[in-house]
Structures are given as structure tokens and as C-alpha cells.
Design a protein around this ligand. Structure first.
Ligand SMILES: [Zn+2]
Length: 740
């Protein structure tokens, strides 16, 4: 990755951090080109610029899948693309991140009012939707460590601070804590469990290290932090410390802030440890919306997705004295981090005292929802969303996405003011309390579950900009749609987002210039949707085809006080041109889906991907010597899905006359992949193809019911889940076959 700081900062001894990088005297795109040139993206750019212009005009071509004649829409798209402003996006980001704005705080409400005002100005039918949800806020968070002689080694968490940062001493900065942590006061010996993955805890078991009554210390990375606590609790631990090892997002990766983008020694990653792989949202109302008027009787015991033990996040400044004093076996090599001493597993050498008082209350949060009613298919919603709440200032996470969303709304607003109306209803959602467990989006989805059965797409962005490298995730039926959208959006580098995306894939320029269709296997990769952001309730609870987009770069300050406007303008996007780019990507996704004649789902890609998933599960079962599992029926059902998808594609490509029935059949095919019974032990997750793994939390586990049963060596459940999958694939095939 590129070290950007060299460009921006000259003083070495005391770093001067300008708290308002207003480089607006220069043309942002020109400045970015120059910066791009400094970053060695030399000569191709001129050619790229030409291509972008060509591509922009290319958008005018009539051949966009789903459109009978794209020319009119091309005009609308070009009008839209001209509106999102880098300057305004920068100002919106500055306003949104002026104060810490954690969910349910007065500052959070201020950002909701700000977003609502912007939505209204664009001509959206706007409402602020309150939900009453169970949330903890920290009262006491304390960690003390003592050596064998009882000498105190450290006391924390220590306040985050670096020289010259204009934001880190604000009294409204919340102390480092974990959302959904338990409360209590425990003291115990310490055991190091590396990343806290299942295999790490199994390694400790293999070494006969018992965790009962112990404090487990793990490092961030590799899986969702809630999974680390989940397994530690299952194995009897009394508490968990989660720290950021410099090997993973600190000086081992590059210059730490303020010299560079990586995590400084006092930097702490806050974050939820909710067991969202069980179910996200308000822990007291799984599957039910926590509307303000929900009677208390409708609430359940929250322990379904909440840890019972204490969890506290630490910087490596605070973790180092603990790790250094630990005795016991030396760690396996892969467990060694980058602190300047050898790590040991424990127990022994140090005792840690944890005190945690978490103030759990049903607090009000605010989603902001803006709507433009569709003229032809008002019940077919296109939903676009980003969360607004942050742990502290949230410059990258999530407000780079909020600024992009606001500029997309700005562009759509300009079309509305010119009298344009979409065919399908467009809904912009600014979700609250995502950080605490995808809460604002989940409550809204649970409230509108019936209507969302007709929603044709959900477009998400969260950490929209931390650098120049575009990436996307999507259900397979929208992966090509995503690629096509990026071919119509100019990148700050002068070519298209698609060409930059491809160039980055290959890490070379040669692909930047070529518009030639990629060779098989040479296409840009669109990832699968796991979890960790607001697409989860849309796709994995009600089955809305979804995408998630972002533009990445070196970003070590996630969930710390340093994810602020100063860091952002130094490291991520000084001229806000990537915010502008992401606004354009979101906007083109939205317009194309809202006005398309035929829904551009690609079920052939879907059916082929599922075939690969089943074959790989079959191999895994064989490797695990799990006999008696018959994959034949599932493969046969998928083969029918492939054939039906080919039939569907022909109809989509040559659609004439009234396509309403074809479109509802196409949309119903995704719903066919949803099983109302849900996954074993976690029925809230109803999609049979995608879910976050019970032991990953973020990364997608495909055909999760089957794969997780195989991993658990549970042949009976695996067989049952193969049956459920076969049923869904047959239903998807029958649905598509019925299309005409
Ligand atoms: Zn986020």
C-alpha cells in the first residue's frame, strides 16, 4: 500500500496537523491527478482521462442489461453524475464528525436532524424514526495488573492521545469499552489466546491449559470480536481483554498516526461483542421491531445474544506490561506479535483485576428515512443505506459513507427538482446504533419485513472511504450489475472506477487502459456478503438482494478517537474526491435499479456459484470422513436452477410487453432461497446460501447450515440441512421456470 503522509506533512519532530485541510483553491480532480502521479500512477492518466470521457459517453450507449433502450436513462445518469460535489462532501463530513456522536446521545440526535434536513432539501419525504433499544454505556471500566510479587504493572485503559491531534482531548470522547460487555469485578491469572479463533482455543486445550476463572487476553483480527468472547465464555473464562497488536494495524504495517495512517500505541479499538451471529439488533426483541410503543411484555431476556462475562478493549501500550510479565509455555510462532519481547501462553507471572460497570437501559435511537415514491412500481423498493452513529468521531467509519450518501441524495434531489420521478420507490436510510449490533437497520427491517419481500435491492456503504482502492461485495445475482455500474463512474484518477478496480487487482497499469472484456478468471472480484454491517438484516433475515461498496486504503485507527477529520484529510482523501466517487457509485446503483425495465439479476452466476459451494462442502465432508451424506439431490436441484436461470436470462434479454410479472418472478427467486425455519440454533438467520459464520462473525459462510454441521462433525444436522437447501434450490428453479 501507499504511504501517503510523505505527501502531506513536512515537520518531522512535532507533527503539525491542520484541522481544516481546505485545499479547495485547486481543482480537486486535478489535485488528485497530481497526487496520483506522485504516487507513481504516471503516464496512463492522460489516456485514462480520455477513456473516462469515452466511458461517460459510453454510458449513453443503449446496451445496459435490463434496459430495452438505455439512451434516456443515460441522459439522467449523466445529469446525476455531474452533481455530487467533492467540496460539499468534505463539508458534510466535517459537520458530521465535529463531535463524538455515539448512538442514543444528544450529539447523535444532532446528526440525525442534520441528515433529515439534507434529505428534505433534496425533496425526499423524510421522517426520523425512533426505536427504544437496550444499550449499554460505560460507567466504570478498569484494568489493573500485578506481578507475582504483587507489584502493580499497569492500570488502564489509558486515554488515547498523540501529539498534535486536535480532537483527542474532548471530554465527550467515550472511554474505551465493548458494547454488550458484562458487568462485574473479577481477578484472575491470564492466558493468551492469540486471535481468539476456534483453532486457537483448541490449541490451548491441546496444551491442557484450562480457562476456568482465567482472564483471557486476545489480539484483534482474524474474526469478529464477539466470537472471541463467545468462545472464551463457553470455555469458562471470567473475563476477556482484547488488544490491538502493532503487527496487525500498527507500526509493523507502516507509520502510525500522526506520521501515518496506522494505529498509535495508545490507540484503542472499541466495538460491540454482541453475539450478532446468533441474531443482531435489540437483544430483547429478536425478529420484532423495537418501536417506541412496543409493550414491555413483548420483550425477551436479552441473554440470547449477549455475553455474560466482562470484555474490555486495550491499546498495546496497556497490554504490553501484561503480555511481557506472563509466564508459561512460549507461544507457537504464528502467535507471536510485534511487541519487543517473546510472548508466553500463561497462566502465571501476572494477575489481572477487571472492574466493569455497564449501564444498560432502553435508550432511544433514531433512523432517518427519506423516500421518493415510484410512479410505476411504488411497492418495489430500492433501499440505499449507511449507518450514521460512531464510537467516537467516525470520519471513516461510518461518516465517509454518510457524506457519500448525502451527495448521492444531492444528485437525486437535482433530478427531482427537474421533475424526474423513478419507476420504483427509492428509500434512503441513515441507520443508528449499527456499532452496537446493527440495531437501527435491523429494527427497521423487522418493522417492514412484509414490504421488503418486494424490495428489489438494498445498497449498503459503511466505511465508504479510507483510501483509493475500490471494492464491492454482493449476492451473485448482482455481481455483474456492480461491475457494470463502476464502468459508468469516473474515478479521480481520470479513468473509470472499474478500470482502477481492475488495475488494483493486478497491481499494474496495463489493465488501466484496456476496455477489452476481461479473460475468464480475470474479472474484478466481487466478494460474498458475510456480516459486520447493515446489509445483514436485509439479505440474511428477509432475503433482499444486496450489495456493499467501499474504497479502501491503509487504515489503522478503526473505532478509535483518531478516526477523525484530521486523520481523514491527512491519509484517506485530502480532496474528498473519493467521497464524490462513492456518492456517484451509490447513485448510479440506485438510479439503474429504480428505472430498469427488467430486473438485471444474473441467476446463472448464482446457480454456478452455489454448485461450487455444494461441491466444496462434499469434499470437506469426505475429508472429515463424514459418511452417509448424499449431495446428489442438492446438486440435481442446482442443475435445475442453472437451466431455469438460462431460461430466465433469455426472457430478461429479450423482454417485450408487460414485464411486471417477469420482474416479480425474478424477485421471488431470491426469496425462494430463504427458509423460514432459519439456521440451526440461530433461526433469525433465514438465508440458506449466506450467513456470517458462528465462529467467524464477519466472513461469510456459504450454505451455512450444511457447512457448519460438517465442521461440527454433525452428520444428522448436515443431512437435514442438505434437505432444506435442496428444497430451496428446487423452489428457486420452479419459480424461474414459471417465468414467461
Ligand atoms: Zn461502521
Amino acid at each position: 500500500m501507499i504511504l501517503r503522509v510523505a505527501v502531506a506533512v513536512v515537520a518531522v519532530c512535532c507533527v503539525v496537523i491542520p484541522n481544516a485541510v481546505e485545499a479547495q483553491s485547486v481543482n480537486p480532480a486535478q489535485a488528485e491527478l497530481e497526487r496520483g502521479a506522485q504516487l507513481g500512477r504516471g503516464t496512463q492518466l492522460e489516456r485514462g482521462t480520455q477513456i473516462a470521457r469515452d466511458t461517460q459517453t459510453a454510458g449513453a450507449k443503449s446496451s445496459v442489461f435490463g434496459y430495452r433502450d438505455f439512451s434516456q436513462e443515460a441522459g439522467i445518469e449523466q445529469k446525476f453524475l455531474a452533481v455530487p460535489s467533492a467540496k460539499l462532501a468534505g463539508e458534510e463530513l466535517k459537520t458530521l464528525t465535529a463531535e463524538p456522536h455515539m448512538a442514543a446521545t444528544p450529539e447523535d440526535k444532532k446528526t440525525a436532524d442534520y441528515v433529515a434536513q439534507k434529505f428534505k432539501a433534496a425533496g425526499l419525504e423524510t421522517e426520523i424514526v425512533p426505536y427504544k433499544v437496550l444499550l449499554n454505556q460505560p460507567k466504570v471500566v478498569k484494568v489493573e495488573a500485578f506481578d507475582a510479587a504483587g507489584k502493580q504493572l499497569m492500570s488502564g485503559p489509558t486515554r488515547e492521545r498523540v501529539q498534535g491531534d486536535p480532537f483527542d482531548d474532548n471530554p465527550r470522547v467515550v472511554m474505551p469499552f465493548n458494547g454488550s460487555s458484562g458487568s462485574g469485578d473479577v481477578t484472575g491469572e491470564v492466558v493468551y489466546a492469540n486471535y481468539g479463533r476456534l483453532e486457537d482455543f483448541d490449541e490451548l486445550e491441546k496444551q491442557h491449559i484450562d480457562l476456568h476463572g482465567k482472564i483471557v487476553i486476545v489480539r484483534y483480527g482474524a474474526n469478529f470480536r464477539g466470537v472471541k468472547v463467545y468462545i472464551a465464555e463457553k470455555r469458562g473464562a471470567a473475563g476477556v481483554l482484547i488488544y490491538s497488536d502493532p503487527q496487525d494495524d500498527g507500526f509493523f504495517k507502516g507509520d502510525p498516526y500522526p506520521m501515518g495512517p496506522w494505529r498509535p500505541e495508545s490507540g484503542v479499538q472499541r466495538g460491540s461483542v454482541q453475539y450478532l451471529f446468533k441474531y443482531p439488533g435489540d437483544p430483547e426483541t429478536p425478529g420484532v421491531a423495537s418501536t417506541a410503543d412496543l409493550p414491555d411484555s413483548a420483550r425477551v431476556n436479552p441473554e440470547g445474544n449477549q455475553p455474560h462475562i466482562i470484555s474490555i478493549p486495550l491499546s498495546y501500550e496497556d497490554a504490553a506490561p501484561i503480555l511481557k510479565a506472563m509466564k508459561g509455555p512460549s507461544v507457537p510462532q504464528g502467535w507471536q506479535g510485534s511487541l519487543p519481547f517473546r510472548y508466553h501462553l500463561g497462566p502465571g507471572g501476572v494477575k489481572v483485576h477487571l472492574a466493569s460497570q455497564q449501564d444498560y437501559q432502553r435508550r432511544t435511537i433514531w433512523d432517518v428515512v427519506g423516500k421518493i415514491k415510484g410512479t410505476e412500481d411504488p411497492d418495489n423498493w430500492v433501499v440505499v443505506g449507511n449507518h450514521r452513529d460512531a464510537w467516537v468521531y467516525g470520519a471513516v467509519d461510518p461518516n465517509s459513507g454518510t457524506a457519500a450518501l448525502l451527495e448521492a441524495v444531492h444528485g437525486v434531489g437535482a433530478l427531482i427538482h427537474e421533475g424526474w420521478k423513478p419507476k420504483r420507490t427509492i428509500i434512503f436510510g441513515s441507520w443508528d446504533a449499527e456499532e452496537e449490533g446493527l440495531i437501527g437497520s435491523t429494527e427497521w427491517v423487522e418493522q417492514h419485513a412484509d414490504q421488503l419481500k418486494n424490495a428489489v435491492a438494498y445498497f449498503n456503504t459503511d466505511v465508504a472511504v479510507s483510501g483509493p482502492d475500490f471494492g464491492a461485495s454482493a449476492v451473485p445475482s448482482l455481481k455483474n450489475f456492480m461491475r457494470e455500474v463502476t464502468k459508468a463512474v469516473p474515478s479521480p484518477m481520470g479513468d473509470t472506477v472499474y478500470q482502477e478496480w481492475r488495475a488494483n487487482r493486478h497491481g499494474s497499469n496495463e489493465h488501466r487502459a484496456s476496455n477489452a472484456p476481461p479473460q475468464p478468471g480475470d474479472e474484478v472480484h466481487v466478494s460474498d456478503l458475510g456480516s459486520g454491517s447493515d446489509f445483514t438484516p436485509f439479505l440474511q433475515h428477509v432475503g433482499v438482494p444486496s450489495t456493499d461498496v467501499g474504497s479502501g486504503g491503509p487504515y489503522g485507527v478503526y473505532h478509535s478517537v483518531f478516526d477523525n477529520y484530521a486523520w481523514f484529510t491527512l491519509n484517506a482523501d485530502p480532496h474528498f474526491v473519493y467521497l464524490q466517487q462513492m456518492a456517484r457509485v451509490l447513485g448510479v446503483e440506485t438510479l439503474r435499479m429504480a428505472d430498469t425495465d427488467v430486473l438485471p439479476y444474473d441467476y446463472e452466476a448464482y446457480a454456478h456459484e452455489v454448485k461450487a459451494y455444494i461441491e466444496s462442502a462434499k469434499r470437506k465432508a469426505e475429508d472429515a470422513k463424514l459418511t452417509g451424506l448424499d449431495f446428489g439431490p442438492a446438486l440435481a436441484a442446482d442443475a435445475k436452477f442453472v437451466a431455469a436461470a438460462e431460461h430466465g436470462h433469455k426472457l430478461q434479454a429479450n423482454a417485450t410487453g408487460d414485464v411486471a410479472r417477469l420482474n416479480s418472478t425474478l424477485r421471488a427467486t431470491e426469496t425462494a432461497l430463504v427458509s423460514q425455519a432459519g439456521l440451526p440454533n440461530r433461526p433469525w438467520y433465514k438465508h440458506t446460501i449466506y450467513a456470517p459464520g458462528e465462529y467467524t462473525g464477519y466472513a461469510a459462510v456459504v450454505i451455512p447450515g450444511v457447512n457448519e454441521a460438517i465442521e461440527a462433525k454433525d452428520a444428522r444436522t448436515a443431512a437435514a440441512q442438505l434437505g432444506v437447501l435442496t428444497e430451496c434450490l428446487n423452489r428457486a428453479a420452479q419459480t424461474l421456470e414459471s417465468a414467461h
